[in-house]
Ligand binder design. Structure first.
Ligand SMILES: Cc1ncc(COP(=O)(O)OP(=O)(O)O)c(N)n1
Ligand code: 3NM
Ligand code: MG
Length: 500
């Protein structure tokens, strides 16, 4: 038996491996070869050729791949990868078809990890002596039968639909987050954790009979496919996309865990473990543990009170985030500590889900309690060094400045950012004097840390701020009191985005 026979067998069997090769543009072998292999596998009378040294290597490599992905059975995809890796004429065909080997590998890896497994029978004996690369477990086999058919009819089809739809959601979400880790964060460690999470998920899904899931599939009749909320449609940044996807992954895992208990406790336990890993990944990726300096990517800070009669602040915050707000500061000079804590926890969850920062005004102790990313201190509040002792080295500290000297002092004191103002008359806080855009113009010369212009800034005057060289602003009334907070935020963001 030659590698070309294996390739022909993959195609003659209409296997998932062949489907993948076809999908990525790999040309099928000639009809004659395929027909011969079909005839051989169909008729017991025809002799099966002896495996060659190369097919042995391909077999061993396929087994090793199956092992790497945690499977106990070798699928046609494993064989397809092994063929592409080992057999040079096949590799050459791939090259001449301009197939980038990485793309091929990635797509095949993905398919294997997603558990799109179809077994085929190539009459290969994998129970014989193994090369050093091959696993020693003889139970790995190449076979045609579908797995676990025995339990297919035992469960409620509605549960199968839940598991099937939720698993797809989970897989898609994991892919989105993995792309974020890889291409946006450029973080090899997070990319690796996500890849391993994806493979772990595929392994857990192997415990569920595939044909049972497929037989229940009914996308056209699924009422959920046509329901999309406004929040689902709008995303403000790659972080937001990743955070929302990770949230969806966590929710999917929770649902799989609960419904999985109806099917197989081992499945539910595996999913539970993956759910905890997804939480760890979230901490690693979405809210880095060292937030200092992280405000450099932020442009629009929204100051929100803990409560405002007649206004749903969660809605305001969500709409504002959709419009481009990328930091929320909880600032409430009247709320008692219970109210601050409650609002802080809600804002924390919201900002974390959207991958943006949360700053607590005035109160380092509350900043720690609500797990905020940092604290904002005015000239009359606790000194920066004292606050750092409370919040630790990894949180952000910002401070208010009203002159060039104060900006320079803030930099010396180790502030991570400064607020510079008051720029214009404010409806939120009363000022007798304003530093205006003059201070903004001068500030650009003296500070290298992020600076947020503040005080009475709205869509009408933000261009003056931008013209003074400021690409960052902190705003309250213009967004909080707007009929359409999203639009208000977008209008301000549009002017800021002209800078940098
Ligand atoms: C970004 C930003 N800049 C300035 C302030 C004002 O802080 P402070 O002077 O302490 O006044 P209060 O906000 O506490 O009234 C801020 N909060 N944020
Ligand atoms: C709280 C605060 N501090 C300022 C300062 O200049 O230090 S200006 C200000 C009010 C910001 O709200 P609005 O955008 O509604 O004017
Ligand atoms: Mg203050």
């Amino acid at each position: 038996m030659e590698p070309s026979d294996l390739l022909a067998a993959l195609f003659s069997d209409e296997s998932a491996g062949a489907a993948l090769l076809g999908e990525i543009g790999f040309p099928p072998p000639s009809t004659q070869t395929v027909t011969t292999v079909e005839a051989r596998t169909a008729a017991d009378t025809l002799p099966i050729p002896e495996p060659s040294e190369t097919t042995d290597r391909i077999r061993d490599r396929a087994i090793a791949l199956a092992r790497r992905f945690g499977g106990r059975e070798v699928s046609s995809e494993h064989l397809a990868v092994a063929l592409l890796e080992i057999e040079s004429p096949i590799r050459d065909t791939a090259n001449s078809a301009r197939l980038d080997p990485d793309t091929v590998r990635d797509r095949l890896d993905e398919s294997i990890a997603m558990g799109e497994v179809v077994e085929v029978d190539f009459q290969l004996d994998v129970d014989g002596p193994h090369s050093p690369e091959s696993p020693t477990d003889d139970s790995i086999s190449l076979r045609r039968e579908s797995r676990r058919t025995e339990s297919v009819d035992l469960f409620d089809p509605a549960v199968a639909r839940i598991i099937d739809a939720t698993a797809n959601r989970c897989r898609e979400g994991l892919r989105v987050v993995e792309d974020f880790a890889r291409f946006v964060r450029d973080d090899p460690s997070a990319t690796q954790s996500l890849k391993s999470l994806r493979h772990g998920f595929a392994e857990a899904m192997n415990l569920i009979p595939t044909e049972w899931l497929l037989s229940s599939r009914n996308t056209g009749g699924d009422v959920g496919t046509s329901i999309t909320t406004e929040a689902e449609r709008s995303r403000s940044s790659p972080e937001h996309v990743a955070a929302a996807s990770l949230k969806r992954v966590q929710e999917s895992l929770r649902s799989l865990e609960e419904y999985g208990k109806l099917i197989d406790p081992r499945f539910a336990e595996s999913i539970e473990r993956l759910r905890y890993r997804a939480y760890e990944t979230e901490q690693q990726l979405i809210v880095p543990t060292t937030p200092g300096g992280e405000l450099s990517a932020a442009h629009l800070m929204l100051l929100l009170p803990a409560m405002l009669p007649g206004r749903d602040l969660t809605q305001v915050a969500m709409q504002a985030i959709a419009g481009g707000v990328d930091v929320i500061q909880l600032r409430d000079k009247n709320a008692n500590d219970h109210v601050l804590l409650e609002a802080g926890r809600i804002f924390r969850e919201l900002t974390r889900n959207h991958g943006i920062r949360l700053i607590m005004n005035d109160r380092p102790d509350v900043a720690v309690a609500i797990e905020a990313d940092g604290v904002h201190l005015g000239q009359d509040d606790l000194p920066i060094k004292t606050a750092r002792r409370i919040i630790g080295p990894d949180r952000i500290v910002g401070t208010s400045t009203h002159s060039i000297e104060q900006i320079q002092q803030a930099v010396r004191d180790g502030a991570d950012y400064v607020g510079v103002g008051p720029t214009f008359a404010s409806t939120t806080k009363h000022f007798a004097e304003f530093t205006g855009v003059e201070l903004l113009r001068a500030a650009g010369e003296v500070a290298s840390i992020p600076m947020f212009a503040i005080g009475g800034i709205d869509a009408g005057n933000v261009s003056e701020v931008a013209a003074a060289g400021f690409g960052r602003v902190a705003v309250s009334g213009a967004i909080l009191n707007a009929d359409d907070p999203r639009q208000a935020a977008m209008n301000i963001r549009a002017a800021l985005d002209m800078i940098e």
